[in-house]
Design a protein around this ligand. Structure first.
Ligand code: PLP
Length: 416
């Protein structure tokens, strides 16, 4: 192992901030009460949960009682989309089935798989395309709305290419047509300003482990006056919206992480942006045939996603790991099946090129001083891999993969 690890995969998960850990620890032993009991120990646990609710509400400019805790981003997305779908279908009439959902082709699988699941039960889903920039077209959105539309679920920002959607405008369109607007803000909350009031958001998902909090805890924001069918029944915790004994240490950790992220938002954005921009500048100027996937303008300050022709992302990741650098590749979320990324397919990146991708997602603990080492390492590994690649001609130092290239793999798109 190299001496130190440069961890740049913060969009996959992030290290728990020491202050967060410290805040959580007492709730594993001294303060082990059940937050739903009446004696002091339980009341102390309840107070801690309420404080965390306040901290999360403040991060996204919501009211305290609009926040419900869950087991993470995936549960939050499932709870909201299925909850709205079941609720609204009860209002169906002969003329209006109230069963239509609009989402995008680049959502996280927690949204896309939930939509696929609902399609099996008579719901209709429109998957809006995105352009090269990874951003939906507002005109497409408005054209897709019909009488039966009950929900628009468009992510706040994308976990792979970092593209930021125009949430305020999406919310305006949704409300003009009396449709609810859900946004998966797992990658945005704590990274860029998220304001549910200003951005016209009715329902929102967040997760602790993407913002230097613990894994296995998250929250939903449900605007006052919006009702969901409940999915997890039991003892009636979280006002009956989500039963199950509260994960007090996890919730305390989420609250603390939200507070820290809010207090340092501007500073972290600037820090991340500087590292990102220097990486982009140095990589694209020193490595031949290197490109940035997605929009340069509407992009998370902590996300950069490179594409190198002629190489294979998995080899790149493994070789960078040996140099102490952790990133993700074009099949980030499907390391289990090694298929190309549905997000890169959706923005028109052909399969062979999509496999030669590298996502670096920056966090507060990364250092700008490490950029030169990172760029040098990527450059070395890319040269090595091209040298042994059948898609690279060493004599002319050029990419020759085009002659073998397929168009965007329909299968990659069709998986969703
Ligand atoms: C990570 C992620 C999720 C899932 O959150 P978990 O807490 O890991 O379940 C959902 N949506 C997006 C955009 C994510 O990046």
């Amino acid at each position: 192992m190299p001496e130190k690890l440069i961890y740049m995969d913060n969009s996959a998960t992030s290290p728990v901030n020491p202050e967060v850990l410290e805040a959580m620890l007492p709730y594993f032993n001294e303060e082990y009460g059940n937050a739903s009991t009446l004696y002091t120990l339980g009341v102390e646990a309840k107070k801690a949960v309420d404080k965390a609710r306040q901290q999360v509400a403040e991060l996204i400019n919501a009211e305290v009682d609009e926040i419900t805790f869950t087991s993470g981003g995936s549960e939050s997305d499932n709870m909201i989309i299925k909850g709205v779908a079941l609720k609204e279908k009860q209002k169906a009439t002969e003329e209006n089935p109230r069963n239509h959902i609009i989402t995008s082709t680049i959502e996280h699988p927690a949204v896309l798989e939930t939509c696929k699941f609902l399609e099996k039960f008579g719901y209709e889903v429109t998957y809006l395309p995105v352009g090269e920039s990874g951003i939906i077209d507002l005109e497409d959105l408005e054209n897709a709305i019909k009488d039966s539309t009950i929900l628009i679920s468009i992510m706040h920002s994308n976990n792979e290419i970092g593209s930021i959607q125009p949430t305020k405008e999406i919310g305006e369109i949704a409300h003009k047509h009396d449709v609810l607007f859900h946004s998966d803000a797992v990658q945005s909350a704590g990274k860029i300003p998220v304001d549910v009031k200003d951005q016209n958001i009715d329902l929102l998902s967040i997760s602790a482990h993407k913002i230097n909090g613990p894994k296995g805890v998250g929250a939903v924001y449900i605007k006052k006056g919006v009702y969901l069918e409940v999915l997890i029944h039991g003892g009636g915790q979280e006002k009956g919206l989500r039963s199950g004994t509260e994960n007090v240490p996890g919730i305390v950790g989420l609250g603390k992480a939200a507070e820290i992220a809010k207090n340092n938002l501007k500073e972290n954005m600037e820090h991340n942006r500087q590292i990102r921009d220097e990486l982009i500048e140095k990589v694209t100027s020193t490595i031949k045939d290197s490109y940035v996937n997605g929009s340069l303008e509407n992009r998370l300050p902590n996300n950069v996603h490179f594409r190198f022709s002629g190489i294979e992302g998995e080899s790149l990741i493994l070789r960078l790991d040996k140099k102490g650098i952790n990133g993700a590749t074009g099949s980030a979320c499907s390391t289990h099946d090694l298929k190309g990324s549905h997000v890169l397919a959706a923005i028109g990146i052909k399969p062979a090129l999509s496999h030669g991708s590298l996502r670096l997602s920056i966090g507060p603990e990364n250092n700008i001083e490490d950029v030169d080492y990172i760029v040098e390492s990527i450059s070395e590994v890319v040269s090595y891999l091209r040298n042994i690649s059948p898609l690279w001609d060493n004599k002319t130092d050029t990419y020759i993969g085009d002659m073998f290239e397929k168009e965007v793999d329909e299968e990659d798109l069709d998986r969703y």
